[in-house]
Design a protein around this ligand. Structure first.
Ligand code: UD1
Ligand code: CA
Length: 456
């Protein structure tokens, strides 16, 4: 492929979002609008990415990092003016420029690639991606001559009644021969209703020089949808959700109710896993094979092995081994690592702790800053008292030990291998291997208590 650069326009204000945040940083499917555009352009095989920034430009830069080229458009004088700002940043051997909008997140890399192939196969010097829509209001209209060749694009505000009736619209995605684009941009004039430098006028200029221009209609109109307000943001979210769910289902994942299942684009799920309603899988989460996830599960940036059951749980930045059983009503916080065959039950919170293979934390427990060995049993109501009001301390519970119900383990403290803690103990000193710690008031029995009260 001839060396191709993508120029992505993202300098506009996005007034209709009513937001402090630049429009292109609003998220759909777990990532900013403009990040979708950048990722899809990369998928299409583009060699260089140039992002035109203006409104909220510093914030955009800080969010996206240094892996791409930025061009500043200090004043928003139109789409043509925006592309002009990027031309100086193009690598010298770039031959083609594809122009994309930072607020069109649904356009797929595959579609961009096909569009570029179309352009390459033709002898055209410019191509525009178009769509046929029932309500063309607000879009630029594609004007073709009697032989169906593209002549120009007319903006809604500049269109005659006859032109307004045209249903083929400009998606705002273009491909240009770089040299011709550079030349035509310098000749743009803002003589239109909006007083802007229109990129669309470059199409007319290239055609005016006797060079062919093509229009390539998109197959799925949903792809070219631009995001201007929060209603459209939610609509785009629904399209993404549909795409992600369908892709997973076609790859062997059962999703019981796709309408109530929310999975981010980068999430991976293994074959024969079943996802029940009201499940949210976010960020870089990976789920193995043969799992049962949901109902009511919210997982973020977590790796889950195979054969795991998770019901009614919130899980964040954790690592879960194979064949674990979690929930209902568990809360696994960042830094939780569960090895294989671990059981975490109801009303259990775990933070920054390792739970060894085959260990069980079945009910009403808080485990924080702890290391549990293999086959440990933690009785109901156990608390690791990890915080002294100032610092956090570690609890170590070694292999095979048994923590009786309603125990407090005051950290730093270590329970040795195969040791026992009696129910209701508050343990403040290490318990050696194989021993039993009883740390609670001795039971006193007062005989005839009820009778003595009655006769008083
Ligand atoms: C543009 C097209 C229109 C097309 C529509 C598709 C022009 C003149 N018109 O219209 O034919 O149907 O997109 O959505 O190009 N931007 C800048 N700097 C500017 C102006 C815009 O970076 O000075 C960016 C915006 O942030 C946005 C994109 O360019 O990402 C499109 O701008 P917008 O104002 O939405 O263009 P439209 O008027 O919708
Ligand atoms: Ca627009």
């Amino acid at each position: 492929m001839a060396k191709t650069a993508a120029v992505i326009l993202a300098a506009g204000k996005g007034t209709r979002m009513y937001s402090e945040k630049p429009k292109v940083l609003h998220s759909v499917a777990g990532k900013p609008l403009v990040q979708h555009v950048l990722d899809e352009a990369r998928t299409a095989g583009v060699h260089q990415l140039v992002l035109v920034i203006g409104h909220g430009g510093e914030e955009v830069k800080n969010t996206l990092g240094e892996e791409l080229t930025y061009a500043w458009q200090k004043e928003q004088l139109g789409t043509g003016h925006a592309v002009m700002q990027a031309m100086g940043s193009l690598e010298p051997d770039v031959e083609r420029v594809v122009v994309l909008s930072g607020d069109v997140p649904l356009l797929r890399g595959e579609t961009i690639q096909q569009f570029l192939e179309h352009y390459a196969k033709s002898n055209a010097k410019a191509a525009v991606l178009t769509a046929y829509v029932d309500k063309p209001d607000g879009y630029g209209r594609i004007i073709r001559d009697s032989e169906e060749h593209v002549v120009k694009i007319v903006e809604h505000g500049d269109a005659s009644p006859k032109e307004l009736a045209i249903k083929e619209i400009n998606s705002g995605t273009y491909c240009f021969d770089k040299k011709l684009l550079a030349k035509c941009l310098t000749e743009l004039k803002p003589d239109n209703v909006q007083g802007e430098y229109y990129l669309t006028d470059v199409i007319h200029a290239i055609r005016g020089q006797g060079m062919p221009v093509i229009a390539v209609p998109v197959e799925d109109n949903r792809e070219i949808m631009g995001i201007n307000n929060r209603i459209q943001l939610a609509e785009a979210e629904a399209v993404f959700r549909d795409r992600v769910n369908k892709k997973l289902m076609l790859a062997g994942v059962t999703i019981v109710d796709p309408n109530t299942t929310y999975i981010d684009a980068q999430v991976e799920v293994g074959q024969d896993t079943v996802i029940y309603p009201f499940t949210i899988l976010r960020g870089k989460t990976q789920i193995g094979k043969d799992c049962m996830v949901g109902p009511n599960v919210d997982i973020t940036d977590t790796t889950v092995g195979s054969g795991v059951t998770i019901r009614q749980a919130v899980v964040e930045k954790a690592e879960i081994g194979n064949n674990c059983n979690i929930g209902p009503f568990s809360y696994l916080r960042p830094g939780t690592v569960l090895r294989d065959n671990v059981k975490v039950g109801d009303f259990v919170e775990i933070k920054k702790s390792l739970i060894g293979e085959g260990s069980k934390v079945p009910h009403h427990t808080y485990i924080g800053d702890a290391i549990l060995g293999k086959s440990v049993n933690v009785g109901a109501g156990t608390i690791t008292c990890n915080y002294d009001g100032k610092n956090k301390h570690q609890t170590v519970i070694e292999d095979g030990s048994f923590i009786g119900s309603n125990s407090n383990l005051v950290a730093p403290v270590k329970i040795g291998t195969n040791a026992y803690v009696a129910a209701g103990s508050t343990v403040i000193a290490d318990v050696p291997e194989g021993s039993l710690a009883v740390a609670r008031g001795r039971q006193k029995v007062i005989a005839d208590w009820e009778k003595r009260k009655r006769t008083k």
